[in-house]
Design a protein around this ligand. Structure first.
Ligand code: HEM
Length: 409
């Protein structure tokens, strides 16, 4: 008789077969809010517990707390030095110091700052991209729009030449793959990430020198000229922003178009009322978020008692943000796409000290992108539904999203 092989709900969620619709599995996951897995890690899936751990100083984002990661040393081949971890993977006080050093170049809190000032330029880039599709009957939302838009924006913001895109596109992809818990061991993934970060850092180091000589109105120039951060931290911070700018917004815009085409009444309302985009984007971040689990896994610095379970010191903790955002204890009728829902405090941008740094930019980009897409694409229709998804379970979005259109207005 064959031995029954029992997988946990989390393991089934990781399985690529669940990528198209992982949401039914979240109901199962949430039956055990804090669930120990066969590999010893703890998966947390309910809103209240996730929020509590996001704000808990005993929970670290610095994987160097795991000795096998701390001991990784990549050989300094051809003078490529290993960079310190980016601030998303650091704890206070370093995290706070580095985040504040970048934040100050975005304008003081409460002021519109650099991001709001980017609106006219964002519209220009969006208009250029859509004008370029005027003769087409079929487009791919990913390749023709949702990928080039954020890449152009983050390059301009940082002061990275867009022509160099093919060069760092691959590094950025590898870096994202190293967050995929379904490929290789945690040590293999981190070694690969350190190697990639070093190469990207070497490229950015050359640019940083050029910007120091000849500063522009960009973030890299601001970081190298104000001298507040040591050069290795400038490089890992810039790499973090470049990668985050490449790999997240593309999925939000693509998930958004798919969801709108599945809910034509919302799409029609948005077409007639651009102001509705604010609510639509927030609900998309709850309902179809790009980040199902943060890239940096957490570790417990002490024993943590939560929801009747003790997470022992040293354990890996996995926060399933996307499940928290669909928790019926927090959101009424959570599997319904309803931009009008009140009190929509989703976990799409995380929470606590690591709350997404790029949230104002991602919100603005996506709001403008969707408003223009629904106004300008004539009669857009999905060619396949569901589309083929990217491999990682943590950063979720379609690989391509082909649409038939009757032209562009
Ligand atoms: C952090 C989501 C766009 C920069 C985060 C986190 C999430 C997130 C969930 C928390 C990670 C954690 O707790 O470990 C998203 C989504 C985006 C987006 C859904 C697009 C729709 C961006 C953009 C940038 C950016 C465009 C860059 C300009 C960052 C940075 C952090 C971060 C630097 C680390 C913050 C810290 O550790 O203090 N993001 N992000 N993000 N995001 Fe985003």
């Amino acid at each position: 008789m064959a031995t029954a092989y029992k997988t946990t709900a989390y393991e089934r969620f990781l399985d690529y077969a669940s990528r198209g619709d992982p949401y039914p599995l979240f109901w199962e996951l949430r039956k055990t809010p804090v669930a120990q897995q066969p590999d010893g890690s703890y998966v947390v899936s309910t809103y209240r517990e996730i929020v509590s751990l996001l704000h808990d100083p005993r929970v670290s984002s610095d994987l160097r707390n795991l000795p096998e990661i701390a001991n990784i040393r990549i050989p300094a081949e051809e003078g490529v030095p290993q960079l310190p971890p980016e601030f998303i993977r650091r704890d206070p006080p370093d995290h706070d110091r580095l985040r504040a050093a970048v934040m100050k170049h975005f304008g003081p809190p409460g002021t519109p700052g650099r991001v709001a000032g980017m609106e006219p330029r964002l519209l220009e880039i969006i208009t250029e991209l859509l004008d370029g599709l005027a003769d087409r009957q079929r487009i791919d939302v990913v390749d023709d729009f949702a990928y080039p838009l954020p890449v152009a924006v983050i390059c301009e913001l940082l002061g990275v030449p867009r022509e160099d895109e093919p060069l760092f596109h691959r590094w950025s992809q590898i870096s994202v793959e190293t967050n995929d818990p379904t490929t290789g061991t945690i040590v293999e993934r981190n070694r690969r990430r350190f190697e990639t970060l070093a190469k990207l850092g070497q490229y950015l180091d050359g640019l940083a020198d050029a910007h120091l000589q000849n500063p522009g109105d960009d973030l890299l120039s601001a970081l190298v000229t104000d001298g507040e951060m040591a050069r290795p931290d400038v490089l890992s911070t810039s790499a973090l922003l470049l990668i985050a700018g490449h790999e997240t917004t593309v999925n939000l815009i693509t998930n958004a178009m798919l969801t709108l085409l599945r809910h034509p009444e919302v799409l029609d309302r948005l077409r007639g009322d651009p102001g509705y985009a604010v609510k639509v984007v927030e609900e998309l971040l709850r309902y179809e978020p790009p980040i199902h689990m943060p890239g940096p896994r957490r570790t417990a610095l002490e024993d943590i008692d939560i929801a009747g379970t003790t997470i022992p010191k040293g354990s890996v903790i996995i926060l399933v943000l996307a499940s928290g955002s669909r928790d019926p204890a927090r959101f009424a009728d959570p599997d319904r796409f309803d931009p009008d829902r009140a009190d929509n405090q989703h976990l799409g941008f995380g929470g606590g000290i690591h709350f997404c740094f790029g949230a104002p930019l991602a919100r603005l980009e996506t709001r403008l992108a969707l408003t223009q897409l629904v106004q300008r694409l004539i009669n857009p229709r999905l060619v396949v539904d569901p589309p083929t998804y990217r491999h990682p379970p943590n950063l979720r979005g379609p690989l391509h999203l082909p649409l038939d259109i009757d032209g562009v207005r």
